[in-house]
Design a protein around this ligand. Structure first.
Ligand SMILES: C[S@@+](CC[C@H](N)C(=O)[O-])C[C@H]1O[C@@H](n2cnc3c(N)ncnc32)[C@H](O)[C@@H]1O
Length: 305
């Protein structure tokens, strides 16, 4: 692969360069690993021949098309050889067209049914144009914006699946890292009496509040970290779908909100790190009860002694 038109780099509206390649399913992970560091700034993959964003594990394809976006006009030495060495086929290296990522994401977002909850990331008008969902199905409008939690990610799915098997009715629930508010809304749908969601990203907290109003779901939503809560506030169920490194040592502050006999569900844990993460929570008085796995992700269920 070589830059076909050096001068075009100046004309690239976005200032970015794009590598397109196709990888057999067995080589997808290796290819994405090779593209996981600078100057590659992001990748976008989809089953070859489809226009939908990759939403594991719904699609099991034999080959995937990957777009990788670079800040530099030359590929790092050895990268092309490493990619082809894993069986990838390089298709194109060219100045990247200017692209509205959020618009692309919105266009490709599809509703996801988990148990009886239909998580719908489409614009509300488009979602509602479908008419009422099937009997017994509860639609949650979660229009794709910049907040995480529209249902397509494994860490969200793990949480919703686990909540469906959890005693939520009549419990007080704290949702740490609420994103779109999705887990808080599911908890209300499952009969929680009082639900608090918080997020350190004020935009996410704002979007969650908008989503709560859109779905007419009563949830208390706060912008801020768990330290903003009254330390004596207790919840029978605490949900944490936050990458451990983003918790920034806040585990003790979170653990103190789990009521005696109450449960903590932690998602966002990479399988290979789950034992260490479980130990960390155990040292705070939370006993491991069970784990649920999906792809490379694990969810841990723990109970306060
Ligand atoms: C992976 S998303 C989860 C969103 C949603 N709860 C879900 O399950 O799909 C993690 C969210 O946690 C927020 N976050 C990151 N660190 C946090 C922290 N220390 N305290 C609270 N929220 C945090 C992020 O802003 C992000 O919205």
């Amino acid at each position: 692969v070589s830059a076909r038109d050096e001068a075009a780099s100046e004309r690239a509206a976005s200032g970015w360069w794009r590598l397109r390649l196709e990888a057999p399913a067995a080589a997808l992970e290796a290819a994405l690993d090779l593209l996981a560091s600078p100057p590659c700034r992001g990748t976008w993959s989809r089953p070859a021949g489809s226009d939908a964003a990759l939403e594991p594990p719904a699609h099991a394809a034999t080959a995937y098309e990957i777009e990788a976006w670079f800040e530099a006009a030359t590929l790092p030495p050895g990268l092309a050889d490493a990619l082809t060495g894993h069986g990838a086929r390089l298709l194109d290296w060219s100045p990247a067209p200017d692209r509205d990522w959020l618009e692309d994401y919105r266009r490709s977002a599809r509703p996801v049914l988990i148990g009886r909850f239909l998580l719908d990331p489409r614009e509300p008008a488009d979602a509602l144009a479908d008419g009422d969902p099937a009997d017994g199905v509860e639609r949650l409008l979660l229009p794709a914006r910049s907040a995480f939690g529209t249902g397509s990610h494994e860490t969200t799915r793990l949480m919703v699946e686990e909540l469906l098997e959890t005693e939520v009715d009549g419990r007080r629930v704290l949702d740490v890292g609420t994103g779109t508010g999705v887990l808080a809304f599911v908890a209300v749908g499952l009969g929680a009496t009082w639900v608090v969601g918080l997020d350190v990203d004020p935009v996410a907290a704002l979007l969650a509040a908008q989503n709560a109003a859109l779905n007419r779901i009563p949830v208390a939503l706060l912008a801020g970290g768990v330290d903003a809560l009254d330390p004596s506030a207790l919840f029978e169920l605490v949900l944490v779908n936050v990458l451990p490194e983003n918790l920034a040592g806040r585990e003790p502050s979170i653990a103190r909100h789990v009521a005696p006999g109450g449960e903590l569900l932690v998602s966002g844990v990479l399988a290979e790190r789950s034992a260490g993460i479980a130990d960390r929570w155990a040292s705070l008085g939370l006993e491991p009860v069970s784990a649920r796995a999906l792809g490379e992700w694990t969810l841990l269920r723990m109970r306060r002694r």
